[in-house]
Design a protein around this ligand. Structure first.
Ligand code: NAP
Length: 275
């Protein structure tokens, strides 16, 4: 028999996800009258069938992760403006028989940044986004909302060009072999590729050519210090991993489903530190 799912995260693979730790902490803290938040692993070809089954069985909503965010966008019947802006959905809500799509990664990324970083490294400054997947779409929109001048570079050039064509904000596309020509002028570099997961190398940027005032951000939160961030740290650049973004996007999804804006307590941070 299938277990009851009220809320959860769907993706492929899904074992690595720490979203259940965050959501279940808040479900307990606020005594939300719901079952625990679950992990659901499903291949892209079975995504629609599984989401429909969960909707029919009474689920409230789902977070969507790699590589299903663009599929979730086309599958949802109504999308928020922010989801339309990105063309990717990370939060599905089932209400009045309909499937609603939102993208809380945009606000999650924005809220994860210190005001000082926004003022010194993003607003009216050149920002470089590495990668052109679902997460990159959210980050490009967020940086543009913060008045950054956005450049994007991806292994597969066509995907970066697609982002440039599809998004309302239009980042400048840089071919990987030409990165050296712009990197010295960049104030903020953000890795949105999956390079760095499993401790893999990310050598897309040559840090010897980078302005020392740069701030380096990696969306990856496990490991906490990717080789990319470790190289930034060695050079005394400002740096940050993706944990705060993960928590902030989760908080926004929790608010959408349960109408409670949860606190990011020290207790929750300690739980996540222990991972
Ligand atoms: P995605 O849609 O699958 O995109 C993956 C990206 O990584 C693509 O740009 C892909 O380039 C690039 N890539 C993969 N392998 C590569 C390689 N060997 N060399 C160069 N580029 C490579 O995934 P996503 O949803 O955007 O997520 C990307 C990462 O962000 C994941 O690590 C995810 O965990 C993280 N993330 C974190 C948060 C957070 O809250 N902290 C939120 C969302 C995502 P190609 O186009 O060339 O394949």
């Amino acid at each position: 028999m299938n277990e009851v799912v009220k809320t959860g995260v769907i993706g492929f693979p899904i074992d690595h996800s720490v979203s259940p730790i965050i959501h279940n902490h808040w479900i307990d803290e606020y005594q939300v009258n719901t079952d625990s938040y679950k992990k659901i692993g499903v291949e892209p070809k079975l995504f629609e069938e599984e989401v429909l089954r969960l909707k029919e069985s009474g689920a409230l909503g789902l977070n969507v992760t790699v590589p299903l965010k663009e599929l979730a966008f086309s599958f949802s019947e109504e999308q928020t403006e922010i989801a339309k802006q990105t063309g990717a959905v990370n939060t599905l809500t089932f209400k009045n028989g309909k499937v609603y799509g939102d993208n809380t990664d945009v606000i999650g990324f924005q809220r994860s940044l210190d005001q000082e970083t926004v003022e010194n490294n993003i607003a009216n400054k050149k920002c470089l986004v590495l990668g052109a997947g679902g997460a990159a779409r959210a980050v490009v929109c967020a940086l543009s909302n913060l008045n950054g001048e956005v450049f994007i570079c991806n292994r597969t050039l066509e995907k970066a060009l697609k982002i440039q064509q599809n998004l309302r904000v239009q980042p400048e596309v840089i071919e990987q072999q030409n990165l050296g020509t712009v990197v010295g002028e960049i104030s903020f570099i953000v890795n949105t590729t999956s390079l760095g997961l499993g401790n893999t190398e990310n050598t897309m940027v040559d840090f010897t050519q980078v302005n020392p005032q740069v701030f380096v951000y990696d969306l990856i939160y496990n490991p906490k210090l990717t080789k990319f961030l470790s190289a930034a740290k060695e050079r005394n650049f400002g740096y940050q991993n993706g944990m705060k973004m993960l928590i902030e996007q989760a908080a926004e999804s929790f608010k959408i489903w349960h109408d409670i804006h949860p606190k990011i307590s020290d207790e929750l941070m300690n739980l996540l530190e222990e991972l």
